[in-house]
Design a protein around this ligand. Structure first.
Ligand SMILES: NC(=O)c1ccc[n+]([C@@H]2O[C@H](COP(=O)([O-])OP(=O)(O)OC[C@H]3O[C@@H](n4cnc5c(N)ncnc54)[C@H](O)[C@@H]3O)[C@@H](O)[C@H]2O)c1
Length: 373
C-alpha cells in the first residue's frame, strides 16, 4: 500500500500555508487561551514594489479575482475564445490588450504569469502550455480531469521549475485556516469530512457543456482541501459509492457517468479516515467540512490572511483575496506557493480514482502518488 508522505516537508507545507508567519511564530500564537476568538496577525507589509505582469484567461469565473487591486500586479493581457467574455475581462481589469485564445496569449514574451480559468477538462493541458512557454501559472480547480494530465502537470512543473498554484477556495476558508494552525501547533486530527453540495450545477451553461453529467468526484478539491489542505498529508486508498441520476442526462453523456452524487471513504497516509461527498442533487449548498480532533483544542489561533488594504477578501468565504496574494507573493519571494503542484494533485487525483471505485460498486482502490520522487 502507498503510505507515502508529502514530498513537501510538513514544516515546509505549513509554513507556506500559514503565509507571512514562520512556524515558530505560529506555534507561539497557538498557546492555550480561555476564549475561542481568532488571534490577530500583523498587518500586510509590502515586500517589493515590483508589479508582476499577468495574463488572465477565461472570462467567466476568471473575472472574479481582483488581480488589478493588488499593488504587485498588473493585468497586461486577457483572453477568451468568446468575444463578449473578452470584452468583459477588458472592462473588469481595465486592460487594453486582448488575445483570441490562450494559445496566442502565451506567445507574448512580456507576460510572466498566467491565470488559467478555462473549462475544467482543459486545465492540465492549458497549464502545461503556459509553463512550457516559460510563465508561472495559477489554475482554477480542479488541477486536471485525468491521471495522465496529473502526470503531465507534475512533469512540466518539475522540468520548467516555474511556480504552479491551484486556486482552491476552501483552502482559505476560516475553519480550514484555523485547523491548519492547530495542526502546526501539534493538535491531532483523528477524522475529518469535506463536502461540496451544489444542486443543479450540471445544468449551468459551460464551455462545450463540460458540466453536463460531470462525475461529481472529478470535482473533489473543495472537499479534499478539508484534509490535504489542513495536514499536508495524503489520501491513499478509497472506496466510493454513487447515486444514479434520473433522466436522459445520466443515460447518455460524454463521461459515460451514471452518478449525480458520490460519497467516498478514504484512508489517509496517517492511518486516519476522511469522508468526502460531492453532490449535484440535494437540498443543500456550499463547501463545508468537519474536524474531529484527538482532544478538543482550546487554542487561540488566526483564521485569516493579512491582505493589502486595496484587496478585498472577496468571494467563496473570503478566499479570493488570499489566493491572489499567495500566488503573487510566492513569485516575489521565489518560493513554492501554498497549494503547489504536489498539494494540488493530492487534492485532485483522489477524486479521479474515487469515481473509478464508484463505477465498480465501491471497490477499494489505491490512489497513485504524484509526489516528488
Ligand atoms: N469555487 C471555485 O473554485 C470555482 C467556482 C466556479 C468555477 N470554478 C472553475 O473555474 C473555471 C471556469 O469556470 P466557468 O464557470 O467560467 O467555466 P466556463 O465553461 O463558463 O468558462 C470557461 C471559459 O474558458 C474559455 N476558454 C476555453 N478554452 C480557451 C482557450 N483555449 N483560450 C481562451 N479561452 C478559452 C471559454 O471560452 C469560456 O469562456 C472552471 O474550471 C471551474 O471549474 C471554480
Amino acid at each position: 500500500m502507498n503510505q507515502a508522505a508529502s514530498p513537501v516537508s510538513r514544516r515546509g507545507f505549513l509554513e507556506a500555508g500559514i503565509g507571512v508567519l514562520g512556524t515558530a511564530t505560529a506555534l507561539a500564537m497557538a498557546t492555550p487561551s480561555a476564549g475561542a476568538e481568532a488571534a490577530a496577525l500583523p498587518a500586510w507589509k509590502p515586500i517589493s514594489d515590483r508589479k508582476i505582469r499577468l495574463g488572465v484567461v477565461g472570462g467567466g469565473f476568471g473575472s472574479a479575482f481582483q488581480w488589478h487591486r493588488h499593488p504587485n500586479c498588473q493585468v497586461v493581457a486577457i483572453s477568451d475564445l468568446q468575444p463578449a467574455r473578452r470584452d468583459h475581462l477588458m472592462r473588469v481589469f481595465q486592460c487594453q490588450k486582448a488575445y483570441d485564445s490562450l494559445e496566442e496569449l502565451v506567445q507574448d514574451d512580456s507576460i510572466e504569469a498566467v491565470a488559467v480559468f478555462t473549462d475544467a477538462p482543459s486545465h492540465g493541458r492549458h497549464c502545461a502550455l503556459v509553463m512550457n512557454r516559460g510563465k508561472h501559472c495559477i489554475s482554477a480547480v480542479p488541477a486536471a480531469f485525468t491521471l495522465d494530465d496529473c502526470q503531465l502537470l507534475k512533469e512540466t512543473k518539475e522540468k520548467t521549475g516555474l511556480k504552479y498554484m491551484m486556486a482552491e477556495t476552501s483552502y482559505y476558508h476560516q475553519d480550514v485556516i484555523r485547523a491548519r494552525y492547530l495542526v502546526a501547533a501539534g493538535c491531532k486530527l483523528v477524522y475529518s469530512e469535506g463536502q461540496y453540495y451544489h444542486d443543479g450545477v450540471t445544468a449551468l451553461g459551460s464551455w462545450k457543456n463540460w458540466r453536463r453529467a460531470l462525475p461529481p468526484m472529478f470535482y473533489p478539491t473543495h472537499s479534499t482541501a478539508y484534509y490535504v489542505g489542513v495536514t499536508g498529508k495524503r489520501l491513499v486508498r478509497v472506496s466510493c459509492l454513487g447515486l444514479p441520476g434520473k433522466g436522459e442526462e445520466w443515460e447518455k453523456n460524454q463521461y459515460q457517468n451514471p452518478f449525480v452524487n458520490e460519497s467516498a471513504a478514504f484512508h489517509t497516509s496517517e492511518g486516519t479516515m476522511f469522508r468526502c461527498n460531492v453532490f449535484w442533487k440535494c437540498d443543500a449548498g456550499g463547501e463545508t467540512g468537519l474536524f474531529v480532533w484527538e482532544s478538543t483544542p482550546r487554542r487561540n489561533v488566526p483564521d485569516h490572511v493579512p491582505l493589502p488594504p486595496t484587496l478585498e477578501p472577496g468571494g467563496h468565504g473570503g478566499s479570493h483575496g488570499p489566493l491572489v496574494n499567495e500566488f503573487l507573493t510566492a513569485i516575489l519571494e521565489n518560493r513554492e506557493p501554498a497549494v503547489n503542484v504536489y498539494e494540488a494533485l493530492a487534492m485532485t487525483a483522489p477524486g479521479i480514482v474515487a469515481h473509478q471505485s464508484a463505477l465498480k460498486g465501491g471497490e477499494l482502490w489505491k490512489v497513485p502518488s504524484y509526489d516528488k520522487a
